[in-house]
Design a protein around this ligand. Structure first.
Ligand code: UT7
Length: 329
């Protein structure tokens, strides 16, 4: 009997309308467009300004679009997973809020916190429920409102991050297409270099934590950069080796959009040309869990059924990994 794989049968993204350009940032911190473009590749990012809106609203917008384009009714969804580090609240899970906002009455949901690798971790997890024939329709969302945890007085971080969400529908397929393999890794020792100190049980919110800026993203960019290139390259190579693929067999690499120099370095190390690498960092910056589905959404018209696609990411935790899939639409 043909093996069942979890296939992505629809992709939808959503980004806020408000643009924060490099020129806007020049007025906020000691930086300039030329530095940002050459060091990161970013020209602008989207910022969620709608009063009362949060990560769940961006996710819900992406999911509503996904349901419409795939002809799926909210009641048909079995499970909805949200990858995010900027959930609406510490609890309950943002996935539950999203299910409520879209009317997914028969679904259960939960969040996965794996920072910039969150979408990969959530996608691999969601795929298991399809592959084991437990469920028929699983939605995986990557969404982050990074503007809610970025210090707009810190030029090291505020130039990088943006807000956005992307969602995919997973359904069973027996034609050999779908999610075929993944290599995921984490190393908690890396938390030193990329984290948000306060707001959890280690350092509950207080006047002092607010005054110290402990509720903002802290990143040692140079250290993270080095680990990011190594982690993405090694897990792509692992996934290729395990599936007897050469770099020539790869039709597309969808990398996390953290820094254009990381993306080109990954492409060079893998000897996979940039024409096969999806890039939209110039428009959205680093949307954390949102980058991979947003890239997939924007490039899907160029993908062909059966294309070998590798998704790869690195982020806070540290967490990193790569997923191998054959495009199914
Ligand atoms: O998505 C999760 C994982 N995150 C990543 O993968 C991010 C990885 N890291 C990076 O993308 C880069 O390290 C950054 C974009 C964060 C920083 O770029 P960099 O080339 O590593 O710069 P740097 O931190 O080494 O700083 C070089 C210089 C410093 O000045 P001095 O000490 O050489 O005088 C910084 O103070 O550039 C300065 N600098 C800036 N100058 C203008 C740092 N940020 C800025 C800025 N504008 N925004």
């Amino acid at each position: 009997m043909a093996k069942i794989h979890a296939a992505i049968t629809g992709v939808q993204g959503w980004v806020p309308e408000t643009r924060l350009t490099n020129f806007d940032l020049e007025k906020m911190v000691d930086t300039n467009d030329e530095w940002i473009v050459t060091r990161t590749g970013i020209r602008e990012r989207r910022i969620l300004k709608t009063p009362g809106w949060a990560t769940s609203d961006m996710a819900a917008e992406a999911v509503k679009g996904l349901l419409e384009k795939t002809g799926t009714k909210p009641g048909e969804i079995d499970l909805l997973i949200v990858a995010t580090v900027t959930g609406d609240m510490i609890f309950p899970d943002t996935a539950n809020t999203v299910c409520d906002k879209i009317g997914a009455k028969n679904a259960f949901g939960y969040d996965i916190n794996a920072a910039c690798s969150g979408f990969l971790f959530a996608l691999s997890t969601g795929a298991q429920f399809i592959q084991t024939e437990t469920y028929k329709k699983v939605i995986v969302v990557g969404a982050d409102m990074m503007s809610s945890i970025v210090n707009y007085k810190d030029r090291n971080t505020c130039i990088i991050f943006g807000d956005g969400a992307g969602a995919v529908l997973l359904e069973p397929r027996k034609d050999g297409n779908g999610i075929l393999d993944f290599v995921l890794r984490s190393d908690g020792a890396g938390r030193e270099f990329l984290h948000m100190n306060a707001g959890g049980s280690k350092m509950p919110a207080s006047h002092e934590t607010v005054d110290n800026g402990d509720h903002f993203v802290y990143q040692e960019g140079k250290r993270v950069f080095k680990f990011a290139v190594e982690g993405m390259v090694s897990t792509v190579q692992d996934v290729l080796r395990r599936n007897h693929l050469t770099n020539d067999d790869v039709n597309w690499v969808i990398p996390h959009q953290a820094n254009m120099r990381i993306i080109t370095s990954v492409s060079e190390h893998l000897q996979i040309p940039m024409e096969k690498v999806t890039v939209n960092i110039e428009k959205y910056g680093n949307t954390t869990a949102g980058t991979l589905p947003l890239c997939m959404w924007e490039f899907q018209d160029q993908f062909k059924k059966g294309d070998n696609i590798i998704l790869t990411a690195f982020g806070g935790g540290f967490t990193w990994g790569s997923v191998y899939l054959k495009w199914a639409i």
